[in-house]
Design a protein around this ligand. Structure first.
Ligand SMILES: O=C(O)CCC(=O)C(=O)O
Length: 251
């Protein structure tokens, strides 16, 4: 469960962090799945200067991994999401970004509401999972606190083949350093970005987006995946998939 302090921080600052949200066994299973995606070449480089820097994206995840299909509906995830945006909550999107060592490229500053356009930016939440330890040196997620009601004009990001970006004073950034398994929850109005990976190890982050269904328009519901958290059949499925992934993993 998120604490009252975490929920209050989300409501006032537009984000909160949850260190060790996933336990070490869950982290190991997520890392096994992510390594499988990397080794089988499933990520796509969205960088427009791939010979210099790479920003590998995989979207969606639910069709590529039973573990990640079940994760948004795990009871602890669903409880956390409802405590932040209320219900009925739906999952609308999942994706991963892989930053190779030394040349991994950050994703530029943006708000998710520049894409989703919810009337109330606190009725949508992104859950960013540190699959590996996230530090300032390896470009962990950074956010701007208490900025979710500001207007940020966005334009096409020339460093990416499809993203948009905004400009922001880096002095406003909080770098969310987290060990693997930690989570940042941030509202759709919160500006966020990642940095270049200047470390010797690869880093992966997974982002999953949720919306309070009552706050979506019909065209939005038709465009995004819109999977109600309440409708998912087996609450133990994430735990079962953790076991299944680790049982299959090469030792
Ligand atoms: O990991 C990244 O580079 C981008 C993350 C992001 O923007 C998101 O998950 O919403």
């Amino acid at each position: 469960m998120l604490t009252n302090a975490q929920i209050n921080q989300f409501n006032t600052e537009g984000y909160t962090t949850a260190p060790h949200f996933f336990d070490p066994v869950e982290v190991e299973a997520m890392q096994v799945e992510v390594s499988r995606w990397i080794e089988s070449g499933m990520f796509r480089d969205v960088s427009t200067s791939p010979d210099l820097r790479q920003n590998f994206q995989l979207i969606p995840l639910y069709s590529r991994s039973d573990l990640f299909r079940a994760l948004p509906f795990a009871p602890k995830v669903s409880r956390a999401i409802k405590s932040l945006i209320g219900g009925p909550a739906v999952k609308i999107l999942d994706q991963a970004f892989h930053k190779p060592p030394h040349t991994g490229m950050g994703t530029s500053w943006h708000t998710d509401n520049a894409y989703f356009k919810l009337p109330d930016p606190l009725k949508g939440v992104a859950m960013w999972i540190a699959i590996h330890d996230g530090s300032t040196a390896n470009g962990t997620l950074k956010v701007v606190p208490a900025a979710f009601n500001e207007e940020f004009p966005h334009t096409r990001d020339p460093t990416s083949d499809h993203h948009i970006h905004t400009s922001l004073d880096e002095n406003r950034a909080v770098h969310c350093e987290l060990e693997a398994g930690g989570v940042v929850f941030f509202g759709f109005g919160t500006p966020h970005a990642t940095g270049n990976n200047q470390s010797n190890e690869a880093r992966v982050g997974v982002g999953i987006h949720f919306v309070n269904q009552g706050c979506m328009t019909m065209p939005q519901q038709a465009h995004w995946q819109s999977m109600p958290l309440a409708s998912y059949g087996n609450p133990n499925e994430f735990a079962e998939q953790v076991d299944a992934v680790l049982a299959r993993a090469p030792s």
